[in-house]
Design a protein around this ligand. Structure first.
Ligand code: HEC
Length: 75
């Protein structure tokens, strides 16, 4: 898979920031009020996970994440 950092950043800001925060800190108001709260994406425990695992968490996740993210078909 070829990444496009510019497009990725744009998508992140549009689709992910509300829950995960601008730096992936996971404490943005909406995300931190969820149960479980939005994952912290900027910590080693998350960053060291294999891409495939993260991708499946993003696209499928548990029902909560899947519903939130699959409101779009762009991913
Ligand atoms: C509606 C709020 C919400 C939105 C929007 C959202 N997330 Fe999440 N995310 C969560 C929650 C809550 C969790 C933790 C629970 C879970 O795994 O479903 C999570 C977990 C994750 C994980 C798993 C981290 C781990 O440690 O395994 C990744 C990766 C992730 N999100 C990436 C994204 C990306 C990329 C986007 C944008 C395309 C996004 N999320 C949009 C709420 C959200």
């Amino acid at each position: 898979m070829k990444g496009d950092i510019g497009e990725g950043k744009m998508l992140y800001q549009r689709l992910c920031v509300t829950c995960h925060g601008p730096q992936g800190e996971g404490d943005w108001p909406f995300g931190s009020n969820l149960a479980p709260p939005a994952a912290r994406l900027n910590v080693p425990a998350t960053r060291l996970k294999p891409d495939a695992e993260l991708l499946s968490a993003i696209k499928e996740g548990n029902s909560r994440h899947g519903d939130a993210v699959n409101q779009t078909s762009t991913l």
